[in-house]
Each structure stands twice: as C-alpha cells, then as structure tokens.
Design a protein around this ligand. Structure first.
Ligand SMILES: CC(C)(COP(=O)(O)OP(=O)(O)OC[C@H]1O[C@@H](n2cnc3c(N)ncnc32)[C@H](O)[C@@H]1OP(=O)(O)O)[C@@H](O)C(=O)NCCC(=O)NCCS
Length: 172
C-alpha cells in the first residue's frame, strides 16, 4: 500500500481546486456516480465544484482530501446542516477515488478520514445516498452504514433510465 493519508481541508487554493476538478471530471468520465453522466468536461464540473467550495469556505462544510505519495488521489465533502436542530448531522457527498487508484483499499482509507473528521466536529449522524444499479451501496455497508430507504426513480440517468436512490446512515 502506498503512503496514503486524508486531511481535513477548509480552504481550497487554486492549485488544489484544479486537482479536485481534474479528479471529479476523470471519475465522472469513468462512469462514477458523483452527480454527472459521462461525457463531461471540466467546464461542466467547475460550477458544481465551486458551489461545493462556497459551503466549505463559509466554514459550515469541510473536505476530506486523500493524498497518495503526496498527490491528490480523491476526496469527499462533509456538508453540515443549517438547521439548529440538526447540528449533529452531516451529509457526505461526492465520495471519489481517482480511477487510476480504485480497487486498492483507498476508498476505505478515504472514508476512515471522513469518519475521523466527523468525530472531531461532533457530527453524530452521517447520511449519504448511493445510485441504484452501481453496487456502491455495498461499499458503504462494509463501512458500517445502514440502509434506511430507497426512492424509486429518483435519479434520471437518461430518458427511460431511472434509478433508485439508496439512503444510507452511519451513526457514531
Ligand atoms: C466507490 C469508491 C470511492 C470506492 O473506492 P475504492 O478505492 O475503489 O474502494 P476500496 O478498494 O477501498 O474497497 C473497499 C471495499 O468496498 C468494496 N467496493 C468498492 N467499490 C465497490 C462497488 N462499486 N461495489 C461493490 N463493492 C465495492 C470493495 O470490494 C472492498 O471490499 P472488501 O474490503 O471486502 O475487499 C471508488 O470506487 C470510486 O471513486 N468510484 C467512483 C465514484 C463513485 O461512484 N462514488 C460513489 C458515490 S455514492
């Protein structure tokens, strides 16, 4: 296993923004279920990334950034709740490992970092959704997540290709 680590990031400079954008675009074009359907360009992904970074820079949200031998290899976002009644909740979004690095245990490392960040911030509930038909819900079950429901047809990958959204929870 190469030298992998996950750090909490609350400020994203232009260099890191470029690395996150490249990763997200490559993951999407490899068929990853992170908000897009291939093909996408960096121009497609950039506005969605920048909206995500607004929440990070506001201090409410935080990124977990995975590096392997010092190079950015994946990331996930932890998005806090704006409700005063749900300050102990966060939503995990855009979980991804670069396609060149998948299948070697790094997703598990990334999510370990996500969980460390959640504990540090006092988040007791993590929620996330998985796209039906990808099998990725099994990845989360293996990390202690429990399925709490499915919404049939919630994700329209293409006309005539509706997928269910699988809702998963991890409680600390
Ligand atoms: C999902 C993702 C983050 C997993 O990272 P990874 O480095 O490939 O996963 P790991 O090698 O750490 O796998 C950990 C375990 O999960 C399992 N797993 C990983 N991806 C899986 C998948 N798509 N379906 C079923 N099981 C999966 C592995 O088999 C492994 O199981 P094991 O411990 O019993 O051997 C990565 O594949 C990815 O970025 N995919 C594209 C983006 C995406 O779809 N993200 C999900 C958003 S909801």
């Amino acid at each position: 296993m190469p030298d992998a680590e996950v750090r909490a990031v609350s400020a994203v400079d232009d260099v890191l923004r470029g690395e996150l954008l490249a990763c997200w675009t490559d993951v999407s074009n490899a068929g990853g279920a992170v908000g897009f359907v291939p093909p996408v360009t960096r121009d497609d992904v950039a506005p969605v990334l920048d909206r995500l970074l607004e929440g990070v820079h506001s201090g409410r949200d935080v990124l977990a950034v995975l590096t392997v031998d010092g190079a950015t290899a994946g990331f996930a976002a932890l998005v806090g709740s704006s409700s005063p009644l749900r300050r102990h909740w966060a939503t995990v979004l855009r979980v991804q490992v670069h396609p060149s690095r998948q299948g070697h245990g790094l997703g598990r490392v990334l999510m370990g970092g996500v969980h460390d960040i959640a504990r540090t911030r006092g988040w007791e509930f993590l929620q996330l959704t998985a796209r039906g038909g990808t099998g990725v819900d099994a990845f989360y079950r293996g990390l202690g997540y429990t399925e709490v429901g499915r919404v049939a047809g919630a994700i329209r990958v293409a006309p005539g290709d509706d997928r269910e959204e699988i809702l998963l929870l991890h409680r600390f």
